[in-house]
Design a binder for this molecule. Structure first.
Ligand code: FAD
Ligand code: MLT
Ligand code: ZN
Length: 470
């Protein structure tokens, strides 16, 4: 893997044998890796590659605290890492930062069936946590395609969105509290059992979405809603984006409170997952597809609403074809068509990914604009995403990275997003790849305040340097 970035190493300490001995004394020899670190140094997109010589796997908050206290005194830079599924290069080192893996801090502490409050450590794999909560009739309120690899701590640190923000809101709402370790090694207990707690500044929010730059999250208290007994999923074919929009409006109107997801994929995106993974789509041959999911408590009542919604859409010529199912295996097969789009695009060469919030009326224009702009330089320019949250994933795939294609795309895509008053990062964060573009979505005053906060909480800048702020 070639290191493409040209970052000047910060003024940090260099590891020596005394450091290694210290870390061994804290976490034990077997939890410290110095060889075969490629998987930790390279991100999912294979677009950022660091050169860390050391991975530390502490097993408790106290060990994290001891490590950070020592690193702070020695000015050793640290990159916190969860499941390493992040899409903005935030989870891997840029130079030789020590990788602090949360993998071993992974206990589920309690799941309260009555209140829905789940307390767990940050290294729990999202899917495992969700399976456990389902055993007592609850669900984790965040769901995304990387669920089998990402950690809940990574989700909270990125304020991950995913497929059900429309229903459950984002993690700033569902996370009741966190425990975090500051760069100084100080453990800060911001755990809470309550949705309502207006005692002063809401400090937990500083850590939610701060991408490992302000502290290391070690424990989380999460409000988990009840699992729905009746789930229906429709996969619909549509002829224009205007019809997609109208179908979304109708889904809200007809399905009301049972609407739990509203996703859109275009033809190029569907083609990517179908051909790469040899999947069967229930319908094909349309420029746009929608996945509309309802989650309620009464199957026949919900199906009645769903049918009314579909009949209306078909009568108006907005929905051209489709299928609706309540069968779990079919639901899972349909979701695969959507969830595997990013994996297919990345496995098929190189992929430039943009995760933007756009006003709904403007939502799809950028895909056409980019198609014209990049022409034959790209294999595929496609758009999919969380339409229900105004969040488009614009993807441009090609055989391999070229400067020419890169220069056609950036900074244009961010300027465009700024011009229509969108956000240059809807849910993936800023990480390393977008740090130079933060100014397109944040005012100079906000960036200045972010810098002050960073300086206050991490005066030596050891936590995830080169990320979020440049
Ligand atoms: P990592 O990738 O390891 O880290 C992400 C960031 O958080 C880094 O900056 C890291 O330093 C920091 N970090 C991790 N753990 C901690 C911690 N305990 N304390 C402090 N900082 C920490 N994202 C979405 O929002 N919505 C989606 O729908 C979505 N779908 C995806 C689908 C696929 C196939 C893939 C590969 C990724 C997807 N993502 C999505 C992106 C990614 O999965 C999320 O950002 C996820 O939350 C990252 O979790 P992680 O455990 O892998 O964290
Ligand atoms: C998704 O919604 O699939 C993810 O956010 C990943 C992506 O942007 O491709
Ligand atoms: Zn997404």
């Amino acid at each position: 893997m070639k290191i493409r970035h040209n970052v000047k190493r910060g003024n940090y300490g260099f590891l020596d044998s005394k450091d290694i001995s210290f870390f061994e004394s804290v976490i034990g020899k077997r939890n410290l890796l110095q060889e075969d670190l490629d998987g930790y140094n390279v991100d999912f997109l294979r677009s950022v590659c660091g050169n860390s010589q050391l991975v530390l796997k502490p097993g408790s908050v106290k060990e994290v605290s001891a490590i950070l206290k020592y690193c702070n005194e020695r000015k050793l830079a640290v990159c916190p890492q969860g499941g390493n599924t992040g899409l903005v290069g935030g989870s891997v080192p840029i130079c030789d930062e020590i990788i602090l893996s949360l993998q071993r801090i992974n206990r589920i502490i309690s799941i309260d069936q009555i209140t829905g409050i789940t307390v767990c450590e940050s290294g729990c794999i999202l899917e495992n946590l969700d399976n456990k909560t389902r055993e007592v009739g609850l669900v984790v309120p965040v769901d995304l395609g990387a669920k089998s690899s990402c950690y809940i701590g990574g989700n909270v640190s990125t304020n991950a969105g995913g497929l059900r923000v429309l229903r459950y809101g984002n993690l700033h709402g569902s996370v009741l509290g966190v425990e975090a370790v500051l760069a100084s090694g100080q453990i800060i207990d911001l755990m809470s059992d309550f949705k309502k707690d207006n005692t002063g500044y809401h400090l937990k929010h500083l850590f939610i979405g701060s991408e490992g730059t302000l502290g290391v999250i070690t424990k989380i208290s999460l409000l988990c809603p009840p699992k729905s007994d009746a789930v229906h999923l429709a996969f619909l074919g549509l002829s224009s984006f205007d019809h997609v929009l109208r179908t979304f409006i109708n889904a809200k109107r007809y399905l009301g409170e049972i609407l739990s997801s509203c996703e859109m994929i275009d033809a190029g995106s569907l083609e990517a997952s179908v051909s790469h993974f040899k999947l069967n789509a229930p319908i094909q041959g349309y420029p746009f597809y929608m996945l509309i999911e309802s989650s309620g408590s009464n199957a026949s009542h919900d199906l009645e609403k769903f049918n009314e919604f579909l009949e209306n859409g078909m009568k108006n010529g907005e929905i051209l074809d489709g299928t609706v199912t309540a069968e779990l295996s079919k639901i899972q097969d349909i979701w695969k068509l959507r969830e595997l789009v990013p994996v297919a695009l990345v496995n098929n060469g190189y992929c430039f990914k943009y995760d933007i919030s756009l006003p709904l009326r403007e939502f799809y224009n950028i895909v056409n604009v980019m198609q014209d702009r990049v022409g034959d330089l790209a294999k595929c320019v496609c758009g999919y995403g969380h339409l229900g949250d105004s969040n488009l994933h614009l993807n441009i795939s090609c055989e391999k990275f070229t400067e020419e294609l890169y220069n056609r795309i950036e900074p244009f895509v961010f300027e465009y997003t700024c011009k229509v008053k969108g956000s240059i990062s809807a849910e993936h964060g800023i990480g390393f790849l977008k740090r130079n573009y933060l100014k397109y979505s944040k005012s100079p005053e906000s960036i200045k305040m972010m810098r002050s906060l960073k300086k206050f909480l991490d005066p030596n800048g050891i936590l995830n340097p080169y990320k979020v702020l440049n």
